[in-house]
Design a protein around this ligand. Structure first.
Ligand SMILES: Cc1ncc(COP(=O)(O)O)c(C=O)c1O
Length: 384
């Protein structure tokens, strides 16, 4: 008889609940239901034409082989130029590693620094995959609570209190998933000065409605920035991202890339060059549309009794406090999906600090937002 051997690591990793919600929503759709999607964390925009054309041209020109493991020189140059033009930060193209998505950049960055038992400090609530990656690598996620009453700001003092001799990094994400909040400049400056390496996930830069997104590299060069093309250029399915790291990290990152992935996809990287060189007007157009949707979502939520005291400054999510209806956000989101046919993400997906909240994405049309809000209004009226 064959034995099935599944490693503890694989068996123990948590599912990404939002994907479970999406899969259930898809099942209901297959059965004929009309679902409004507020769970999805991806722009509904099509990838810009310049990017598509560059990808297609690369395929047609036979640029379909492995690339250098660190990525195409043209793309690494474009990344360095983007950092200079957007933030006034000088990096050498040699500091950039091109990856298959920000997820992959994050995984490699964490793998480059974590030995068993090492600690990585992160926010709670925070992006669901962060603690899963750290645990999978044998590290220990150490969380610092964020409070809505404090505008979901990451407190440098509370971070400092969690630093031990095992702390390998502080992980920050601004604009943040799920809260949409930026970090105040003073907070970024303080976090940068605490001592540990900072890993800064800047994937939602470019999607900012209030304030300005600053790169962690403006505050310190003792940081690894991870970023990608998924959100800003509506390229989720292309799977393209990058890490920018101090030079001593590059050879270890490169060796892992060679072993695990060989390189990021070749023609996709040519799409990335076009995005960085020619995609600025697309980003601004999409941002302007998202700004209108953000207003529609916030106004709509307020009209059905959710005050939204801390409107998101960026990204495309709103966290709403639903504790007066149900403390169990997983149950509440499931009830909303089954009864009201609106898919939302339970706050618990982002850690215990998100429990009792629901995350609503406004990466959908104003018409869909209006339909979803109407359904939610009815659902919560019945619950009262
Ligand atoms: C904060 C954050 N980081 C990383 C990712 C993953 O992005 P990518 O598609 O580039 O792997 C996401 C996706 O939702 C995210 O929200």
């Amino acid at each position: 008889m064959r034995t099935i051997n599944i490693s503890e690591k694989a068996a123990d990793i948590h599912s990404f609940i939002v994907m479970d919600v999406l899969e259930r929503a898809k099942e209901l759709e297959k059965a004929g239901a009309d679902i409004v999607h507020f769970e999805i964390g991806e722009p509904d925009f099509d990838t810009p034409d310049v990017v598509k054309k560059a990808g297609i041209a690369a395929i047609e020109a036979g640029k379909t082989k492995y690339t250098a493991s660190l990525g195409l020189r043209e793309l690494r140059n474009a990344i360095a130029d983007h950092m200079r033009d957007t933030y006034g930060v000088t990096i050498q193209p040699e500091q950039a590693l091109v990856t298959s998505g920000t997820s992959n950049a994050l995984f490699l960055a964490l793998a480059a620094i974590i030995d068993p038992g090492d600690e990585v400090i992160m926010s709670d609530p925070g992006y669901a995959c962060y603690p899963n990656f750290v645990s999978f690598l044998g590290g220990k996620p150490v969380t610092v609570p964020l409070l809505e009453s404090e505008r979901w700001q990451f407190s440098p003092d509370r971070i400092a209190a969690k630093i031990t001799h095992r702390t390998k990094a502080i992980l920050v994400n601004a604009p943040a998933n799920p809260t949409g909040m930026l970090l105040d400049d003073a907070v970024m400056e303080k976090i940068a000065s605490l001592g540990p390496l900072v890993i800064s996930d800047e994937i939602y830069h470019g999607m900012v409605y209030e304030g300005k997104a600053r790169s962690m590299l403006e505050f310190t060069d003792h940081a690894i920035v991870i970023d990608g093309f998924s959100k800003r250029y509506a390229m989720t399915g292309w799977r393209l991202g990058h890490a920018i790291a101090p030079l001593p990290y590059l050879r270890p990152l490169q060796k892992m890339q060679q072993n695990f992935n060989i390189s990021a996809n070749s023609f996709v990287q040519w799409g990335g060059v076009a995005a960085l060189r020619e995609g600025a007007s697309f980003v601004e157009e999409m941002r302007a549309v998202f700004a209108l949707r953000r207003t529609a979502m916030i106004d709509g939520l307020r009209s059905i009794g959710f005050p939204v005291p801390t409107p998101p400054q960026g990204a495309f999510y709103v966290m709403v406090d639903a504790r007066r209806y149900c403390a169990d956000s997983l149950k509440l989101s499931s009830d909303i999906l089954e009864e009201a046919h609106v898919a939302v993400t339970p706050g618990i997906d982002f850690g215990p600090g998100g429990e009792g909240y629901l995350r609503l994405s406004f990466a959908t049309s104003v018409e869909n937002i209006a339909r979803g809000i109407e359904r939610l209004g009815r659902f919560f009226t019945n619950r009262r």
